[in-house]
Every structure is written in structure tokens, then in C-alpha cells.
Design a binder for this molecule. Structure first.
Ligand code: KIV
Ligand code: ZN
Length: 505
């Protein structure tokens, strides 16, 4: 059964999600997991856009081997040279050149005639081929490009040396049958089409990105561009996990497979949502919390008699850890270590020791400890953000007929202690205002969210913060049974990122 090439663009198009930006360390962490997931190509970034993006692509190219590493470039010399430079240490480098081809883009954005578009595209591909063998070309807004002109462009760039031609539905305008027709038309009318891989890249503005990608595969496309959790520009990109599991579950229909290690899907989804701060909706296919939950009595009864009555995939296929009551107050270090390993974490002795202590503190407050609790502690502890500002103590008063007041004591650096108290509209407002007074950092709070990590009254709360400081966005997170304390820690987690940036200047 022939394989579909999975081109992951979480770190490039996915990172364009509003509020989803990542720093170079976070990008490398995701790239490592994408390599474990076994994607064929990782689009690591768009190097010309910023120094940070350039450095991210360099680092990923240097460290991640055995996977194609792509860098995006407009069809202009400086972009292509910059992408080539960033990919220098990659063992499987790919330059991805793009240029818009639709009439709307030609007329209003580029102000270029058709001939000039072809000339620029060909020049771009030829230049990229001077640096790498593996060149991909994308006619941006391909799905709204005149079919005959698209044929001309694709034929010209293949002649110029493009090994992959990607057909983006840039604005998510297509519907499946029509998009499949675009692919069929190229297969039938581009004379040299057999020399290149046909790729598809769909956006989800009408909620059709996955359906369009699958229709295109059925029509003969052999590479699909997608992102973890479907994150991306506006409504997002086609979701990797949905495409992969559709191909796997319905191989009877599609007759295609992928190299993806599907049992790594859940871990990858969690890492991406944790680092980007973009939560997965509960009812999202494959990786949503409810995707394998059966509520109706009739369904539960059917499941008990025969799983396949209501389940088309097994949760284990995507690496969904069965929720288990793992450990409690009396559990020892050995059992804890074993469970951490079973959950897929490879931690050093010191890390285990530290996390075990946190686990014991949690076990004092919470009777039942689940896998998700352990994972939340690990993610909290593994954060590489320095603790420049640390919460030392905290008191809150609030309630009916009480002015919400927060008293906060912080440790700054090794041994400086500062404290203050102030009032606010509510306890969280008072808390954040007091922290602002103590740090002197001017913060605009963009988003504050809180969600239970597991079920039950004693569940830990996971707090997410998004703030803007000097025009830049920072995110913080923390977990705990005391949600006010977790809120303070999440806020300080973001503040420490700000402080880290300031100290580097
Ligand atoms: O959506 C799009 O057209 C793109 C291209 C740069 C491939 O992301
Ligand atoms: Zn895109």
C-alpha cells in the first residue's frame, strides 16, 4: 500500500495561530516530538521573518536528523538565501518557495501579470535548486487560480526543478469534490507531473480542511500538509491526527498508509497544546477529551457487549493512557518512578527526586492521584523558565461585603524578599495588581483561563495566562489544588519570561 508523505507545518503555519507563538526552545521541543511521531517532513519556520525564526530553523536542522527539514521562502532572492543558510546543517534540507497565482492576488497584492508570475516562480525555484536538491513550490491561493494558468505554473516550476508541487487552499474556500477536481486536472494536463509529488495544504475556514485533504488524496495527491491539533492561521490548518487516523481507520476506502507512529499522537497533541497555550476543544475528533468517552447508557451497554458496536478506533492506537488510579499518599519512590516511565518520561535522577517531592506534597492534599496529575507536575517542573520572581507567601480575603484584597510576598533572585497588598475587583484582580506593583512590570492581561486537570472535587486546576508586555505576548501556566496559588504561579511564570528577555538585552 503506497505511503502518503506527512509534511508537518505546526512550527510554521501552525505557529501563525493568533496567540500561539513559540520561542526557539519550545520549537525544538516540539520538533523532537514530531521526529518521534515519525513525520516525513518538519516545516521548521520562515527564516527571513525574524532572527528568532532563523535561529529556530538552524537549531532544528542541526539536531533533528533522518527527517526532512523545510524552510519557507517567498520567491525572492533574500528569502531563499536566508532559508538555505538556516538549513545548512540539515541532512535532508528542503526549501519551500511560494508565490501567489490567483487573479485576486496578482491584481491587488502583487500587481504582476501572468507572465511575470511564471518568470518569478521559475527564477525562485532555480535559485533554490542551487542550494538544495529538494525544492517544493506552492502557488499560493492555488484553489482560486484559473485552472489553465495553474497548469502552466505547475509545469514551469517542475521544469525548473521543483520536486514537490503543493496546491494550497490558502483561504479555505474549496469544497471536497471541487478541490479533488483541481488535483485531477493537474494530473491530467501537466505534461511533466510524474516528475513531482503533488501535495495538498488546506485551511479550515469552512471546517473542510480535512475533508478537502482526503478528497485530494483520493484524487491522487501523495503529500499532505497539516498541523497537530489543526492549529494555524485563522481557523487553522488540516489536522494531522484526523488525516492520519482517517487513512488508518478507513484504509479499505483510501488504500493509503502513513509512517506515523499513531501511539505518539496523544503525547504530541499535549505537548503542542501545552507549549502554544492553544487548548484542544473537548469534542475535537481524535484528541479531544470526549473523543473516546461514551455517555449514553445504550452506547455503554453496547460497548460492554462488543467494543466495535460504538468504537471505530481503539484509544490505545493514539496512545491514550487509560485513566488509572495510580498512586496515593503511601506510594513509594519505586512505584512512582515506574509509573513516570510508563507514561513515557525519561527523567534524570535529580528530576525524579524533585518531582517525587512535589507528588508527595500533592498526595497530602488530594487522595487519588491520576496519570494526568503526574503529567501536570512533570510539565510544571520541567519548565525551563528561570524563577527570577518566586511566590513566597500569599493571603487573600474576599467574599460578600468584603473588599477583595491580596497580600503577596515574593522572593526576587536568591534572597531579596518584597511584599505588598492591594485591593481589586475580585481576588484574582487584586492578586495580579499586587504582583504588578512588586515587579514594576507593566502588564496588559490578555487571557486568563482555568480548567480542571482531572475530575472530582479535589481535582487540580490548570491555570493559563496570556499577557502583553511592551507589545510582545507572553504565556504562563501552572497547576495546583489551590487555584489562587496556581494563578499567582502562572502569572509569575509569564513574568519570569519577560524578566528573562529583559535580562538578555
Ligand atoms: O496557506 C498557504 O497558502 C501557505 C503557503 C505559504 C503554502 O501557507
Ligand atoms: Zn497555509
Amino acid at each position: 500500500m503506497s505511503k502518503i508523505i506527512i509534511f508537518d507545518t505546526t512550527l510554521r503555519d501552525g505557529e501563525q495561530s493568533p496567540g500561539g507563538s513559540l520561542d526557539p526552545k519550545e520549537k525544538l521541543q516540539i520538533a523532537r516530538q514530531l521526529a518521534i511521531l515519525n513525520v516525513d517532513v518538519i516545516e521548521a519556520g520562515f527564516p527571513i521573518t525574524s532572527e528568532g525564526d532563523f535561529n529556530s530553523v538552524c537549531t532544528i536542522a542541526k539536531e533533528i536528523k533522518g527527517v526532512g527539514i523545510a524552510a519557507l521562502a517567498r520567491a525572492v532572492e533574500k528569502d531563499i538565501e536566508c532559508a538555505a543558510k538556516a538549513l545548512k546543517q540539515a541532512n535532508l534540507p528542503r526549501i519551500h518557495v511560494f508565490l501567489a497565482t490567483s487573479e485576486i492576488h496578482r491584481k491587488f497584492k502583487l500587481i504582476k501579470a501572468k507572465e511575470e508570475i511564471i518568470k518569478t516562480a521559475v527564477k525562485g525555484v532555480k535559485l533554490a535548486r542551487k542550494y538544495v536538491d529538494d525544492v517544493e513550490f506552492s502557488p499560493e491561493d492555488a484553489s482560486r487560480t484559473e485552472p489553465d494558468f495553474l497548469v502552466e505554473v505547475v509545469e514551469a516550476v517542475i521544469d525548473a526543478g521543483a520536486k514537490t508541487v503543493n496546491i494550497p487552499d490558502t483561504v479555505g474556500y474549496s469544497v471536497p469534490e471541487q478541490y479533488a477536481e483541481v488535483i485531477r486536472n493537474l494530473r491530467e494536463n501537466v505534461k511533466n507531473i510524474k516528475k513531482a509529488v503533488i501535495s495538498v495544504h488546506c485551511h479550515d475556514d469552512l471546517g473542510l480542511a480535512v475533508a478537502n485533504s482526503l478528497a485530494a488524496i483520493k484524487a491522487g495527491a501523495t503529500q499532505v500538509e497539516c498541523t497537530i491539533n489543526g492549529i494555524g492561521e485563522r481557523a487553522g490548518n488540516a489536522s494531522l491526527e484526523e488525516i492520519v487516523m482517517a487513512l488508518k481507520t478507513r484504509k479499505d476506502y483510501f488504500g493509503r498508509t502513513t509512517r506515523i507512529k499513531t501511539h505518539e499522537i496523544m503525547a504530541t497533541s499535549k505537548i503542542v497544546s501545552g507549549l502554544t497555550g492553544l487548548r484542544v476543544q473537548r469534542n475535537k475528533a481524535i484528541v479531544g477529551e470526549n473523543a473516546f468517552a461514551h455517555e449514553s447508557g445504550i452506547h455503554q451497554d453496547g460497548m460492554l457487549k462488543e467494543r466495535t458496536t460504538y468504537e471505530i478506533m481503539r484509544p490505545e492506537e493514539i496512545g491514550l493512557p487509560k485513566t488509572q488510579l495510580v498512586l496515593g499518599k503511601l506510594s513509594g519512590r519505586h512505584a512512582f518512578k515506574k509509573r513516570v516511565k510508563e507514561l513515557g518520561y525519561d527523567l534524570s535522577k535529580e528530576e525524579i527526586e524533585h518531582i517525587f517531592n512535589q507528588f508527595k506534597l500533592l498526595a497530602d492534599k488530594k487522595k487519588d492521584i491520576y496519570d494526568q496529575d503526574i503529567e501536570a507536575i512533570i510539565q510544571d517542573e520541567k519548565s525551563e523558565v528561570p524563577h527570577i520572581y518566586e511566590l513566597y507567601s500569599l493571603s487573600i480575603s474576599c467574599g460578600p461585603n468584603v473588599v477583595p484584597t491580596a497580600g503577596v510576598r515574593l522572593r526576587i533572585g536568591k534572597d531579596k524578599i518584597v511584599d505588598n497588598a492591594t485591593v481589586g475587583d475580585g481576588p484574582i484582580d487584586a492578586l495580579f495588581k499586587t504582583i504588578d506593583i512588586l515587579t514594576g512590570i507593566k502588564v496588559k492581561l490578555i487571557d486568563y483561563s482555568i480548567q480542571a486537570v482531572t475530575s472530582g472535587k479535589d481535582a487540580m486546576g490548570e491555570v493559563g495566562i496570556e499577557m502583553e508586555v511592551n507589545g510582545a505576548t507572553y504565556r504562563g501556566r501552572s497547576v495546583g489544588t489551590d487555584i489562587i496559588e496556581a494563578s499567582a504561579k502562572a502569572y509569575l511564570n509569564a513574568i519570569n519570561k519577560v524578566a528573562m528577555k529583559i535580562s538578555k538585552k
